[in-house]
Design a protein around this ligand. Structure first.
Ligand SMILES: *[C@@H]1O[C@H](CO)[C@@H](O)[C@H](O)[C@H]1NC(C)=O
Ligand SMILES: *[C@@H]1O[C@H](CO)[C@@H](O)[C@H](O)[C@H]1NC(C)=O
Ligand SMILES: *[C@@H]1O[C@H](CO)[C@@H](O)[C@H](O)[C@H]1NC(C)=O
Ligand SMILES: *[C@@H]1O[C@H](CO)[C@@H](O)[C@H](O)[C@H]1NC(C)=O
Ligand SMILES: *[C@@H]1O[C@H](CO)[C@@H](O)[C@H](O)[C@H]1NC(C)=O
Length: 375
């Protein structure tokens, strides 16, 4: 009897210890499920693991030592991105898609639908919870009744970031050759078609773009330019993050009014209120300590749902290229950006290192050079 009891106790204690060890390991990895860790061991350099788990406000992932913030620190010569030698890893890509779907469904969260809101409904901004806005009649009219990406699946997609690294890249034809082309912030294409291509299937438009690139639509000339850009989109999805941060309310309203007034042929979409948190949650859970995801990273995360192969262009959050030549922040304007500033809501260099790592593993293709190599 005594012996049986001791055996039982021993068994229970052993189980408890094993359980504690498993719990600890899972916590350290920072993952919800074991399967999520598969591709992540190589995603983020190991020495940073422990740092990453702490609530450390500084962007990390500098692969050990601190480097000059002005250099593309993710690109040590040994790990330079080789685009000619890239092969797609379908298995890994599917695994990532599956994991992302565990956090949110991009098909659904890409837009709020008509059925879920009505005019006059009050919305709290995602990043300014204290501030609210109302769903106007006009905005309501532009809400889709079904997801604009419903049942869409494409063999290869291009996501075009706006970095000046695209200038003189001759990537236009290659970008246009993909089945689905995603662009950011209504960036101009016509004047740069040789480097950035012309086709667009989905384009984002932050409210600030209306101000910055189209002078708040203040004059007839700027309204016409805005409309011209939209007309060039014929049939594309126009993705407007209207409820992220306060301040863009009127700009969104003006843009919407023009779209309705001129019956522009675009499919408007307004991201769900949970999208950004879900995307951020996915990366944080995978130990990529981003702040607010950039539009580019958002688009990649969502595109995994709709695209087999994903090719990125124009992602380069460094003021110089790998040869040391200056690179503009945007290919089309003169804005400058402090990529490593702590005041920035984004952690672009970290995002870039993460994407580089995924490139090396064959999960996506990150193109940072010119495209005319074989021509
Ligand atoms: C890294 O590459 C650059 C140009 O590609 C070259 O100038 C530099 O010497 C290289 N550095 C090392 C340590 O190999
Ligand atoms: C291509 O990749 C293989 C394996 O990773 C490597 O051995 C080879 O040197 C690479 N070739 C080029 C041209 O980079
Ligand atoms: C593709 O990715 C999977 C999952 O990470 C990995 O097990 C496999 O070895 C990779 N295949 C190649 C050819 O790299
Ligand atoms: C928003 O709606 C609320 C309730 O319907 C109303 O009290 C408020 O005045 C509205 N605000 C604006 C800016 O239209
Ligand atoms: C692009 O090429 C042109 C002509 O060769 C040159 O003048 C220009 O400086 C280059 N621009 C960039 C950003 O490299």
């Amino acid at each position: 009897m005594q012996l049986e009891f001791r055996k039982l106790m021993f068994g229970i204690v052993t189980l408890l210890v094993i359980f504690l060890i498993i719990a600890e390991v899972q916590e350290e990895i920072g993952n919800i499920g074991g399967s999520r860790t598969l591709y992540l061991h190589s995603l983020i350099p190991k020495p940073n693991r422990n740092v990453a788990v702490k609530a450390n406000p500084t962007p990390l992932g500098n692969e050990g030592e601190e480097k000059s913030p002005d250099s593309p620190s993710g690109l040590k010569n040994a790990t330079r991105l080789s685009s000619d030698n890239w092969t797609f890893n379908r298995t890994l890509s599917s695994l990532i898609r599956k994991n992302i779907l565990g956090f949110f469904d991009p098909e659904r969260d890409i837009s709020i639908l008509k059925g879920t809101l009505k005019p006059g409904d009050v919305i709290h901004y995602v990043f300014d919870r204290q501030s609210t806005t109302n769903i106007s009649e006009n905005l309501y009219r532009l809400l889709p009744t079904a997801s604009p990406m419903k049942n869409q699946y494409h063999r290869s997609c291009a996501i075009v970031g706006n970095s000046g690294i695209l200038l003189n890249s001759s990537c236009g034809p290659e970008i246009d050759s993909h089945d689905f082309v995603i662009r950011c912030n209504l960036a101009p294409v016509e004047e740069y078609a040789g480097d950035v291509g012309r086709r667009t299937n989905l384009v984002t438009m932050n409210p600030s773009v209306v101000q910055r690139a189209f002078h708040d639509l203040a004059s007839e000339q700027w309204r016409e330019r805005f409309l011209q850009r939209l007309r060039g989109l014929s049939g594309s999805v126009l993705w407007i993050p209207a409820f992220m941060a306060k301040g863009g309310e009127e700009r969104v309203e003006w843009a919407i009014r023009l779209i309705l007034l001129h019956t522009v042929d675009v499919h408007t979409a307004f991201p769900s209120l949970r999208l950004l948190h879900a995307v951020r949650g996915y990366w944080l859970t995978n130990n990529v300590q981003i702040k607010r995801p950039t539009t580019g990273l958002l688009m990649y995360t969502m595109a995994t749902r709709f695209c087999e192969e994903i090719h990125l262009y124009g992602f380069w959050p460094f003021p110089r290229d790998s040869q040391g030549k200056p690179v503009k922040y945007h290919y089309y304007d003169t804005l400058t950006y402090e990529y490593t500033s702590h005041a920035s809501p984004h952690t672009m260099p970290l995002e870039f290192r993460t994407l580089s790592s995924l490139h090396r593993q064959g999960a996506l293709r990150l193109n940072t050079g010119s495209c005319d190599a074989g021509m």
